[in-house]
Design a protein. Sequence first.
Length: 79
Amino acid sequence: MKSTFINIVAHEFRTPVQPIIGLADIVYSKVKDEEQHELLEVIMRNANRLKRLTDNLLDVTKIESQSLELDKEKLNLNV
């Protein structure tokens, strides 16, 4: 029941966050005023923080339900 609740909450957060990030980015590219740029950066930074939190919550529910799939690949650390 807890996993279902977290999953629903995470999806409900994700739904409004995506357009906030996208539209703030569009407005940011059109605005010339530096003060408005700073305000939009605050909006985008916090919306991205909420998006990361939402993604992390969804990952936790996948881990707990054992449905998280990991892709294994070789990585060269010397590059």
